[in-house]
Design a protein around this ligand. Structure first.
Ligand SMILES: *[C@@H]1O[C@H](CO)[C@@H](O)[C@H](O)[C@H]1NC(C)=O
Ligand SMILES: *[C@@H]1O[C@H](CO)[C@@H](O)[C@H](O)[C@H]1NC(C)=O
Ligand SMILES: *[C@@H]1O[C@H](CO)[C@@H](O)[C@H](O)[C@H]1NC(C)=O
Length: 586
């Protein structure tokens, strides 16, 4: 009898735990948090002692810390495209052939192609509520100003609150300009010359000093002068045209205000979680921090030991804490996978006009954003799912931000798309300790559309070889950044090619200080040979796709310009503040 009772109890226990487990494992919620330009060395859980990131550190303690988590690209637009699709950016045309690798204007026509499948799209089809809160940076329109072909709502998100481009110095008065500085370096002289010539000729024509002949030439002059005028207007109204906040497809603040912006994003995220506490959801929380223009609200400004940059990191950490609190409040901890990363390494060249460091810290790693040195691509990677994923564990194997796609899709019970190559691998076996080695034997590191370096982790060895075909020209003063420039570039005079490639073993030399030679590494040529074979195989798997970052696709197209007020030259509205003001005070 007693035996029988125990058996029944055991059976019951088995059944109950099995059920509990399947309840938890089927359709978990996902909160995917991405910081912008945050360095791996900025976080306490990666060794920082002076920046206070207690909430992010708490997240790390409750789950797995990846120590070799690799962004698919060292730049925002391509890295985010890869993250959402699980594919190298070259496969979707989101990798530039020019040196401009990201979208700069809200009214350009490039963006994540509609045929690409994001994890949000698949989860939405499965009944998930999906939201993107924060930065998008993957395009907006194609042909008309309301087709929204690249908009988040057209890529699987039910709800969007945020910026379609990126936070930029130009968006915040008094913070200087990235855009104008960049244009000045490349185009200012020719533009000014053309402009001055055109206008002088027009003036001479009108005062009768010169006769511009009628016909084609006359029209050419008129049109050129108008175009040039538009360009000038564009320069001086950059903030009004490019820095705006949207809710779904509606502009709610133009230009964007940085006041309490983190609070607003956090509140939106909390509301979304609350609305979906009983149904499966996916939240992609994509912070504007800590890309410049930096900002921090009153409670954080001047509070960190690392200037405005540190304040911004600490405010973001506060926000992460709020999100974790709300999961606790709704009892969703065990049902929710939380992931935290940065789209690329810290931007080491970022210094404000007054000389304050506005870029983060990449720890022992060389270089930063826009380079494929470890500092540009080795990003924080934290993943917590209580009861399902080991807690407090470090995984040193190479993983990629492209791995989130297959991980999330499989956990939601959806088969992976069969009609395309997915470059990411499901992380669950590694996270649960079922396998000990990463499935990424090779990772290909692109600088825009140019294959820059290859990482090889051979199955039978602890070595992690990394071969560079070219490297960016660094500042000879040894500042760890590029020479006389705001970012490093990918081709031309700004890089140095290496033949044979520059080879490192980053398992022994993570700072990429000592390139190996045939003398110091006996298998030097064999290693390079296998890497070359992998490159050949990889290259064969690429198809020709249309380039979303061609000049035609990134330049400003006036007819795609969104403007929330009807007067074109003064795009302005602020529904955000109006809403706040109309709230009852009590
Ligand atoms: C912590 O981060 C700050 C800000 O990026 C950096 O200046 C500092 O060197 C870091 N400290 C350590 C110990 O890593
Ligand atoms: C910003 O948030 C703080 C605290 O939440 C609040 O006291 C303040 O009024 C807010 N400011 C604006 C401009 O909304
Ligand atoms: C390249 O592909 C061939 C054919 O599929 C395969 O046998 C070889 O192992 C691959 N080489 C590498 C280095 O991946």
């Amino acid at each position: 009898m007693r035996k029988m009772r125990i058996l029944v109890l055991l059976l019951f226990y088995h059944y109950a735990t099995k059920n509990a487990k399947s309840y938890r494992t089927s359709n978990p919620n996902f909160i995917l948090i991405m910081a912008d330009d945050l360095g791996i060395g900025d976080l306490g859980c990666y060794g920082n002692k002076t920046l206070r990131t207690h909430n992010i550190d708490k997240l790390a303690k409750g789950g797995v810390t990846f120590t070799q988590h690799i962004a698919a690209s060292p730049l925002c637009t391509p890295s985010r495209a890869a993250f959402l699709t699980g594919r190298y950016p070259v496969r979707s045309g989101m990798a530039a052939l020019s040196n401009i690798g990201v979208f700069l204007f809200s009214a350009s026509s490039g963006g994540l192609p509609t045929e690409e499948i994001t994890f949000a799209k698949l989860l939405k089809q499965k009944g998930y509520s999906t939201a993107l809160i924060g930065k998008w940076h993957l395009g907006l329109n194609c042909n008309s100003r309301d087709d929204f072909c690249h908009h988040p709502l057209n890529h699987g998100f039910d709800y969007f609150y945020g910026l379609t481009v990126t936070s930029l110095r130009d968006c915040k008065p008094g913070e200087g300009s990235v855009f104008v500085a960049g244009v000045r370096a490349y185009l200012a002289t020719p533009l000014q010359l053309i402009g001055i010539t055109l206008i002088s000729l027009e003036v001479l024509h009108y005062i009768g000093f010169l006769r511009i002949p009628r016909g084609a030439l006359r029209y050419f002059f008129l049109i050129s002068t108008v175009l040039f005028g538009l360009l000038l207007i564009f320069f001086y109204t950059f903030r009004y045209l490019n820095c705006f906040l949207m809710r779904n497809q509606q502009i709610i603040q133009q230009p964007l205000s940085y006041k309490n912006l983190t609070q607003r994003l956090t509140e939106e995220a909390i509301q979304f979680i609350g609305r979906n506490a009983d149904t499966p959801f996916l939240l992609f929380l994509s912070y504007l921090q800590v890309h410049t223009a930096l900002y921090a609200s009153k409670d954080f400004k001047g509070k960190s030991k690392h200037g405005l940059y540190g304040d911004a990191v600490e405010e973001m950490d506060w926000s992460v804490g709020k999100i974790l609190d709300v999961l606790e409040k709704w009892n969703l901890n065990d049902k929710t996978l939380v992931y935290f990363t940065s789209d690329q390494g810290a931007h080491v060249e970022e210094v404000s006009s007054t000389g304050e460091v506005h870029g983060g810290y990449n720890g022992i790693y060389k270089g930063g954003k826009a380079t494929n040195w470890e500092g540009g691509i080795r990003v924080p990677g934290l993943l917590r799912w209580p009861g399902m994923v080991q807690a407090g564990v470090h995984i040193d194997e190479p993983t990629s931000n492209m791995d989130i796609f297959p991980t999330v899709v499989k956990l939601a019970g959806i088969p992976l798309p069969k009609d395309r190559i997915i470059d990411g691998h499901d992380l669950m076996p590694l996270l649960q300790g079922k396998i000990l080695r990463s499935e990424h034997e090779f990772l290909f590191h692109y600088c825009n559309a140019y294959l820059n370096a290859v990482r090889w982790h051979p199955g039978n060895s602890e070595s992690i070889w990394k071969a560079f075909f070219f490297t960016p020209n660094f500042d000879p003063e040894g500042s760890n950044g590029c020479y006389n420039s705001h970012v490093c570039y990918c081709y031309g005079r700004l890089v140095t090619h290496h033949n044979p490639p520059l080879l490192f073993d980053i398992s022994r030399d993570p700072g990429e200080k000592n390139p190996l030679t045939p003398e110091t590494e006996h298998h030097f040529y064999e290693i390079l040979d296998i890497i070359q074979q992998a490159v050949n195989n990889h290259t064969k798997s690429l198809h020709i796709v249309s380039n979303q970052l061609s000049w035609g696709n990134i330049l400003w197209k006036p007819w795609l310009q969104l403007c929330c007020s009807s007067i074109f030259l003064s795009c302005y509205c602020d529904h955000e503040s109006e809403e706040k003001l109309s709230l009852p005070t009590a």
